[in-house]
Design a binder for this molecule. Structure first.
Ligand code: NDP
Length: 479
């Protein structure tokens, strides 16, 4: 199968005729090829976006909303096909793509398509003869670059507010997971999205992604991916004074206090650590447990992890599927080796899983829990982004906070306790953009989403996203 670029309303191959292979991680086989786009393809996409901008930005919010809602309906109509494609490309179970990724893509588009019907701007009455009002105007051509872990989910999370606010977009999904973005381009054509409003260019980050960031006409870049890539993007974009939204890596703490129901919380903590093979930037990878329940909680967690079946993503019985690529598999396994070298004890997992039949060459890793590592060691400092978590005892709230805040990251934390005063104290002191209490991955699309420290700059979600994709212009009138 050939995956094609979506430029100026049409599906086209790369101008250089260079292609990349797309591998199914559950089987290790090539299932498609995709364009290895370069700066020429990006140039064509930017020109198409520039041509479309005057028309798209002049539509009323209601007109843009109508087209976007047609896109959301198009995703629903191809729901099963998209879920199967996401699973094939990324390695996650089909049931998970159906429960999480594809519904969320529908919600992303519908949410911003309707949010723009209810926004307002501000006015300031300076005195009886001077009034100011503030316009929020679309920026123009913007770039959206997304990663491989939640492909369509994160791709639409960026594109939806950009388009809703009246911008035209040049977007690049991860080269590892291009398939649902390609199907999405077909859906946009069928929904009647005018040519050039959205352009999707496939290829390598260092070539095609970099060309989007470096292009002087892309006035804002919304990026989700690794911290090192984010720093590279910032270096390229800063001299051109582009607006930047960077959603980067995490090393998220899970804080379990002694007053919880051990078995019930162990179940939820296992989900928070290992969903999507641990390949969610929000997964809790460092589990801090208060000493009085440490042993009981550890045993309950191990019992829960034992129920996580690793298997063929097509099977409904597989709770975890394959890691996204062979390279990522090697990275995750190397961190498990490092944990042993740093003095950690592997309590469960710790190795590649070899399946039989169709998935014999797939990239599967058993969910792994490690204890005995200090908070400062590399395994507790660096993002692994796989089914690997550490468990660490603590005595006091202060000690738990010191441990939680001890990394350069600050994306999401979860706190498990029934003490309401502690909840408020701890939530304020966690160095983190998101704090979940007695829950995890509970998302309300109106809330600000993003990290502090090395986890990013800026916030997505709700009005934060619409603010990012617009410029404020103040108009002051004397009358
Ligand atoms: P990468 O940073 O490697 O890549 C992200 C995207 O950027 C891909 O589309 C990639 O293309 C592209 N890219 C790579 N290099 C450049 C460059 N120099 N200029 C422009 N674009 C570039 O991240 P991963 O895909 O490996 O995703 C995993 C990371 O994403 C983890 O660190 C995870 O924590 C983070 N993440 C953060 C989230 C958040 O909300 N904070 C949410 C989800 C993930 P290609 O793949 O083709 O190389």
């Amino acid at each position: 199968m050939d995956i094609l670029n979506y430029i100026d309303g049409t599906l086209v191959g790369p101008r250089s005729d260079a292609w990349l292979d797309s591998v199914e991680p559950a089987t290790g086989t090539v299932h498609a090829r995709l364009p290895r786009s370069n700066a020429d393809d990006v140039q064509a996409a930017v020109e198409a976006a520039e041509r479309a901008f005057p028309m798209w930005s002049a539509l009323t919010a209601a007109q843009r909303s109508e087209i976007m809602l047609a896109i959301a309906r198009g995703i629903k109509e191809r729901f099963d096909e998209l879920a199967e494609a996401e699973s094939m490309d990324q390695g996650k179970p089909v049931w998970l793509a159906k429960a999480m990724d594809i519904p969320r893509a529908v919600d992303n588009i519908s949410f911003f398509a309707t949010e723009i019907l209810h926004t307002h701007t501000r006015a300031f009455e300076t005195n009886t003869s001077v009034i100011n009002y503030t316009l929020r105007q679309p920026i123009g051509v913007v770039g959206c670059i997304s990663p491989w872990n939640l492909p369509l989910y994160l791709f639409t999370w960026k594109i939806a507010p950009a388009l809703a606010a009246g911008n035209c977009v040049v977007a690049k999904p991860s080269e590892l997971t291009p398939l649902t973005a390609f199907l999405f381009s077909q859906i946009c054509i069928d929904a009647g999205l005018p040519p050039g409003v959205l352009n999707i260019v496939h290829g390598l980050g260092a070539e095609c992604g970099k060309a989007i960031v470096a292009h002087p006409k892309t006035k804002a870049i919304s990026f989700t991916g690794g911290t090192v890539t984010g720093a590279d993007i910032a270096r390229t974009a800063a001299p051109m004074f582009k607006k930047l939204s960077l959603e980067l890596g995490g090393k998220n703490p899970t804080l379990v206090f002694a007053d919880v129901d051990v078995d019930a919380v162990a179940k939820k903590v296992a989900r928070a650590s290992f969903t999507n093979q641990g390949e969610i930037c929000l997964c809790g990878s460092r589990i801090f447990v208060q000493r009085p329940i440490y042993d009981a909680f550890k045993q309950a967690l191990l019992r829960e992890i034992a129920t996580i079946t690793v298997g063929d993503p097509r099977e409904t019985t597989s709770r975890n599927g394959a890691l996204v690529s062979e390279q990522h598999l090697e990275k995750v396994l190397s961190y498990i080796d490092l944990a042993r070298a740093e003095g950690g004890t592997v309590l469960c997992g710790g190795e590649r899983v070899h399946l039989e039949g169709r998935c014999a060459n797939g990239y599967f890793v058993a969910p792994t829990l490690i204890e005995g590592l200090g908070t400062e060691c590399r395994v507790n400092q660096e993002e692994i982004f796989g089914p690997v978590a550490t468990i660490i005892p603590f005595d006091t709230e202060d000690e738990a906070l010191r441990g939680a805040n001890s990394t350069t990251y600050g994306l999401a934390a979860s706190v498990w306790t029934n003490d309401v005063s502690r909840v408020h104290r701890v939530a304020r002191l966690l160095e983190s953009g998101i704090v979940w209490v007695n829950t995890w991955l509970e998302r309300d699309l109106r809330t600000p989403f993003g990290g502090v420290k090395s986890s990013g700059v800026g916030r997505e979600g709700g009005e934060e996203a619409l603010r990012f994709f617009t410029e404020a212009k103040n108009v002051c009138i004397q009358f």
